[in-house]
Design a protein around this ligand. Structure first.
Ligand code: WT7
Length: 655
C-alpha cells in the first residue's frame, strides 16, 4: 500500500499522523502506550508519520527496507533532504532571534556568547562556502579535532551542509590515536584550533595535529581556529587560518541535497579487539530519531534552556547537543570547561546563570561532584531545573540518590538513558512525569525499541523477570548502518551471536514490571569515567615496551570512575626499577591512545593464568582485580594453576 493509503489507515487507527513534531510529544501515559503500541504493530506507519513533520526535498518511497542477515538497514528509502535545513533554515525563517546556542567559556570571567538560529545559519553558511573554496565535495571525509567552542558545532554543521562526512575525534585523544582515525577513513581535511582551554590547562591541539599529520598522507589542508593564541608551527601549503578561510565568504550557501541513506558522519568507538570502529550514521533515520527522542526524553518545551555537559567528540554530543536539540528548535548551553574549574560549584553556577531547565550529565561527573562539600551546590539557585538526565554507564544507587536529593531537591524526575554510539539515539529511558522511574534502572524501552533478554544459552526469556543479555530485535531509524570500511566486522560484532538480532554487548535484568536495568558490558570493553575503552588496544600498547613479554588488562569497580583498569604484566627480566617501567608503560598508553586509558594499577607477575589452548583466563584476573579471591571458580583446568597463588600473594603484599 502507498503512504497515502497508510495515512488514512493511521488516522483511522490512532489519529496521530500529524503535522508538527510537537504533536508527537508524549504528554501522558495514554500517549506513551498508544505510541508504543503503534510503533510495535505498525513501525513503518509510526515512523513515517514522524518523518513527515520534517522538511524533505523529495518524499521517500519505502519507509523501511531491512535484512539483518546481511545485515542491511535502510529508512525513508530514496527520500532526499539536508539535515541542516531542518536544524537551521526552518527556524532561522520562523523564529530567527530564538537562541540556538548559549556558549559558556572555560573561564567564568570571559563573556558568554549567544548564537540565534539566524546567526548560527549565517556562520554555518560562511564556513560551508569556505570548505567549498578549498575543494571539499559531497562524500569527502573531514576530521574535526577541536575544543568545545562554537566553531566545533559550526564545523560539524557546515560539513553536513555541503554533504561532507564529518569524523569528530575527541580532543583528548593522542596524536597516534588521531592519525589512526584520520587514516582509517582517509580524511582530506582536518579542522582544529591552536589550543584548547580546559580548567587551568591548555591542550596544544595544533601541535598534536602536526605530530599526527606526519603520518596522514591523505590530508591536504589543516584549518586552524585561533582560540588560545599560543605559538604554533605553520605549514604554509597545508595550514589555513579559519578567519582567512571565511573572510569575504557569503553567508548564504545552498544545502547539498542528500539521499536519506547517504552518510552523515563517522564516529569512532572502541571495540573489544583491534582498531577503533568507525560507526557510520546516515541522514534521514538519524534525523528523525534524534529529534523525536530529544523532545520526549527531556520533555523539552519551546522556552526551555537545555544543557548537556558532554563533549561533542562523543555520540552524546552529536545527538543531544548538536542535532537533536537543533532539530527541535531548542536553546542549548554548550560549555567549554570542566566541572571543577574554577571550583566544584561551576555546573551549578552555570545552571543558575542561564536558568537551565533540563540538565544531562554522566554518573562519573555526579560521583566526583558528590565528593565535594555540599555548599558548592547550596550556594546556587537551582529552581529552574525540571528534568535531570544521566548517560554513559550504569548509575549506582549512591550517585542516583545524591543527584535526586541535592540537585533534584527530592522532586525532579531523573532520566537514566541507555544507548550507544551504535544506536545513534536513546533506546531505554523513562519519560519524565509520564512513565515510572526506578533508581538504577533505565526503565522502559522507548516506542519503536523492541528489547528482549536472552539467557547465556541464547534462549529468549519470556517471563517479565529476567536476567541475561540484552538484544534488540527490530530496526529503529538511527541504528549505525555499518563500520566504515569493514562491513564484515559490523556483522560479526553486532549480528552474528544472535541470528537476526542486534547485540549491543550489554547485560541486563528486567523486573516483574518490565523495567530494564543495564548491568554492564559483557565483552572486553571497560567503561572508565564514562569513556568506552577496549582492553585489547591497551594491551597492545603495553606490549610495545621492550621489557614486556605479555600483558592483560581488566576492569574493576572504582568509586569515582565507575570502573578502573588493572594491568597484569610479565617482564623478560626481573628488575629493581619497577616504578620506571610502570611510568614508561603509562607514557606508551598516553601516546598511543590518550591519558584516559592509563591503568590505575600495574601489577608485575611472572605468568598469567592460561587455558590449555593458551588463552588468558580473564575471568580469573577480573576476580583478582575485584578483590574476590574466594570465588575463583575451577582453576584446575589451567595450564599453570600455580600462578593463581603467586598473583594472590603479590596482590596481598601490595595492599
Ligand atoms: C555503552 C555505550 C550513550 C552515549 C554515551 C556512551 C554504557 C551508556 C548507559 C546507561 C548503563 C550505559 C553501555 C553501552 N551505557 N548509557 N544509562 N546505563 N549503561 O556511548 O561510548 O558508545 O558507550 O555505555 O555499556 O553499551 P558509548
Amino acid at each position: 500500500i502507498t503512504i497515502d493509503n497508510k495515512k488514512n489507515l493511521y488516522i483511522e487507527k490512532k489519529n496521530i499522523f500529524m503535522k508538527n513534531l510537537e504533536d508527537y510529544k508524549i504528554k501522558n501515559l495514554d500517549d506513551f502506550n498508544n505510541q508504543r503500541k503503534m510503533a510495535a504493530n505498525e513501525p513503518e506507519l509510526f515512523w513515517s508519520g514522524i518523518a513527515s513533520t520534517f522538511q524533505w526535498n523529495k518524499k521517500w518511497k519505502n519507509t523501511l527496507k531491512y535484512d539483518w542477515s546481511i545485515p542491511n538497514t535502510e529508512w525513508f528509502v530514496e527520500g532526499k533532504l539536508n539535515i541542516t535545513e531542518n536544524c537551521l533554515d526552518r527556524y532561522a525563517k520562523s523564529n530567527p532571534d530564538k537562541k540556538a546556542i548559549i556558549w559558556e567559556a572555560n573561564d567564568p570571567n570571559e563573556d558568554f556568547k549567544v548564537f540565534t538560529y539566524k546567526e548560527l545559519l549565517d556562520e554555518v553558511c560562511k564556513f560551508s562556502n569556505g570548505l567549498k573554496r578549498i575543494g571539499v565535495k559531497k562524500g569527502d571525509r573531514i576530521c574535526i579535532y577541536m575544543p568545545m567552542i562554537p566553531e566545533l558545532t559550526i564545523a560539524v554543521l557546515a560539513c553536513a551542509r555541503v554533504g561532507a562526512i564529518h569524523s569528530v575525534v575527541f580532543a583528548g585523544f593522542s596524536s597516534v590515536a588521531l592519525a589512526a582515525r584520520i587514516n582509517d577513513s582517509s580524511c582530506s581535511v582536518i579542522i582544529t584550533s591552536d589550543g584548547g582551554f580546559r580548567g587551568n590547562k591548555i591542550t596544544p591541539l595544533k601541535k598534536i595535529c602536526d605530530q599526527a599529520l606526519k603520518n596522514c598522507p591523505t590530508i591536504k589542508n589543516c584549518i586552524v581556529y585561533k582560540r588560545t593564541s599560543e605559538k604554533i608551527d605553520w605549514f604554509k601549503n597545508r595550514d589555513i587560518w579559519w578567519d582567512d578561510l571565511i573572510s569575504g565568504s557569503p553567508d548564504k550557501c545552498e544545502p547539498t541535497i542528500m539521499n536519506s541513506e547517504d552518510t552523515l558522519f563517522i564516529l569512532y568507538t572502541s571495540g573489544s579487539t583491534g582498531k577503533p570502529k568507525g560507526m557510520v550514521h546516515t541522514c534521514g533515520g538519524y534525523m528523525v530519531y534524534t529529534a523525536y527522542t530529544f523532545m520526549n526524553v527531556f520533555q523539552y518545551s519551546q522556552n526551555d534552556v537545555y544543557w548537556c555537559t558532554a563533549d561533542i567528540g562523543w555520540i552524546t554530543g552529536h545527538s543531544y547537543m548538536v542535532y537533536g536539540p537543533l532539530l527541535v528548535g531548542a536553546t542549548s548551553v554548550h560549555f567549554e570547561g570542566v566541572p571543577s574549574y574554577p571550583d566544584w560549584g561551576r555546573f551549578w553556577q552555570v545552571c543558575q546563570k542561564h536558568k537551565v531547565n533540563q540538565f544531562y550529565t554522566a554518573p562519573t561527573a555526579i560521583r566526583s561532584l558528590a565528593k565535594q562539600p555540599i555548599d558548592f551546590v547550596n550556594k546556587y539557585n537551582l529552581s529552574s531545573l525540571s528534568v535531570l538526565g544521566s548517560v554513559g554507564e550504569p548509575i549506582n544507587l549512591e550517585a542516583w540518590e545524591w543527584y535526586y536529593r541535592n540537585i533534584g531537591k527530592g522532586k525532579l524526575p531523573i532520566v537514566d538513558t541507555w544507548w550507544q554510539t551504535e544506536t545513534g539515539g536513546i533506546m531505554i529511558s523513562s519519560i519524565p512525569k509520564v512513565t515510572k522511574q526506578k533508581p538504577t534502572y533505565a526503565t522502559t524501552p522507548l516506542p519503536g525499541v523492541n528489547a528482549e533478554i536472552v539467557d547465556n544459552n541464547g534462549n529468549l526469556i519470556e517471563e517479565s523477570s529476567a536476567e541475561g543479555i540484552l538484544l534488540i530485535n527490530f530496526p529503529w531509524p538511527s541504528i549505525a548502518r555499518t563500520i566504515y570500511g569493514d562491513h564484515d566486522r559490523y556483522k560479526n560484532v553486532y549480528f552474528s551471536a544472535y541470528k537476526n538480532k542486534y547485540f549491543p554487548g550489554d547485560g541486563a535484568l528486567r523486573d516483574e514490571n518490565g523495567m530494564y536495568r543495564i548491568t554492564g558490558r559483557v565483552d572486553d570493553v571497560v567503561i572508565v569515567s564514562g569513556h568506552n575503552l577496549g582492553t585489547a588496544p591497551i594491551e597492545n600498547s603495553i606490549n610495545e615496551h621492550p621489557k614486556v613479554v605479555e600483558s592483560a588488562v581488566v576492569g574493576y569497580p572504582h568509586e569515582i570512575k565507575g570502573n578502573a583498569l588493572m594491568a597484569f604484566i610479565i617482564l623478560y627480566d626481573k628488575t629493581d626499577d619497577n616504578e620506571s617501567i610502570k611510568k614508561e608503560i603509562n607514557d606508551l598508553i598516553s601516546n598511543s591512545i590518550g591519558p584516559i586509558a592509563k591503568p590505575e594499577k600495574v601489577i608485575i607477575v611472572s605468568g598469567l593464568p592460561k587455558t590449555r589452548s593458551g588463552k588468558i583466563m580473564r575471568r580469573i584476573l577480573r576476580k583478582f582485580a575485584n578483590n574476590d579471591m574466594e570465588n575463583l571458580g575451577d582453576t584446575s583446568t589451567l595450564l599453570n594453576p600455580e600462578i593463581v597463588n603467586e598473583i594472590e600473594n603479590t596482590l596481598k603484599s601490595l595492599n
